[in-house]
Design a protein around this ligand. Structure first.
Ligand code: GLY
Length: 282
């Protein structure tokens, strides 16, 4: 069946599993004009398979300094089952992003991207998000975003050792090459607590209880303040992040934090980081 999936979700991308699906999709777009004007042009892309890696990178338009790599978990349920979401949790660093892959990405993807934008007269400065897939033929770009990732940022920035403001100023001043951008060699894990039903319909308005001991590493997104209380107002309500010397300890610590947080109808995946742990061990 035709579906939008993985990093393509929500980007207006149709993934056809068979040639017949592809023909139906093109017919729906071009003949039945299902997508209006945006369906007038069709781009057919290669089907790629492999683990996904998110790399956020600082750039001043010349120099690119990638941040530590991360892995998102897009599906709503354990075992990468259920519907796609904005992201149910992350870990960093991503074990599939080896030194060899990182070197290839710099040479084949990051620098050519910056060069191409300069040649088009569209110099980009700031944080560039590379959504990558590590295929059997090497790393391929699935998507770019001109922003930080969510929930990637929740595991990447806690590992940043350099001063974030200084680095951001360097991206606009053009001094990134001389600016230190270093990361801790620890690991991080972020577990998203969502409203039951997300990414479909869900109820809102439940009070959040977040103990003071974990507040500084809990990033609240889908909530509003009302009459002095914090109430759920979104699908992905918050992310609890922990860092530790090993990935396993970071995962355990993130789940310990989650267990101390309460709101009615909360749900979260129980297996964030397990695929990465298996890849490290395998
Ligand atoms: N986590 C995916 C994104 O930020 O687009």
């Amino acid at each position: 069946m035709i579906k939008a999936d993985g990093l393509a979700l929500g980007k207006g991308v149709i993934i056809a599993q068979t040639k017949a699906d592809a023909q139906d999709a093109v017919r729906a777009m071009m003949e039945q004009k299902k997508f209006g004007k945006s369906g007038e042009q069709v781009v057919i892309e290669e089907f790629l398979e492999g683990p996904e890696v998110s790399v956020l990178a600082f750039t001043d338009g010349n120099c690119v300094k990638p941040m530590i790599s991360s892995m998102d978990h897009k599906r709503a349920l354990d075992g990468d089952k259920g519907l796609n979401t904005g992201g149910m949790g992350t870990i960093a660093p991503n074990p599939y992003y080896t030194k060899e892959i990182a070197d290839r990405c710099m040479k084949e993807i990051f620098l050519p991207t910056i060069d191409a934008m300069n040649k088009e007269g569209r110099t980009f400065k700031g944080c560039l998000y590379f959504g990558l897939m590590i295929t059997k033929d090497g790393p391929k770009v699935i998507e770019y975003n001109c922003r930080f990732g969510d929930p990637e940022t929740q595991v990447v920035l806690p590992l940043l050792q350099s001063d974030l403001l200084t680095v951001m100023q360097a991206t606009t001043n053009g001094t990134l090459a001389e600016t230190d951008v270093s990361f801790s060699d620890k690991s991080a894990c972020c577990v998203i607590m969502a409203s039951k039903g997300y990414p479909l319909a869900y109820e809102k308005g439940f009070e959040l209880t977040i103990p003071a001991a974990v507040k500084d590493s809990v990033y609240v997104a889908g909530a509003v303040q009302k009459d002095g209380k914090l109430l759920t107002s979104g699908g992905r309500v918050l992310g609890a992040t922990a860092t530790a010397a090993t990935l396993k300890d970071a995962i355990d610590a993130a789940y310990k934090k989650v267990e101390t947080i309460h709101f009615d109808n909360a749900f979260y995946r129980r297996d964030i980081g397990q695929r990465a742990l298996a890849a490290k061990e395998g």
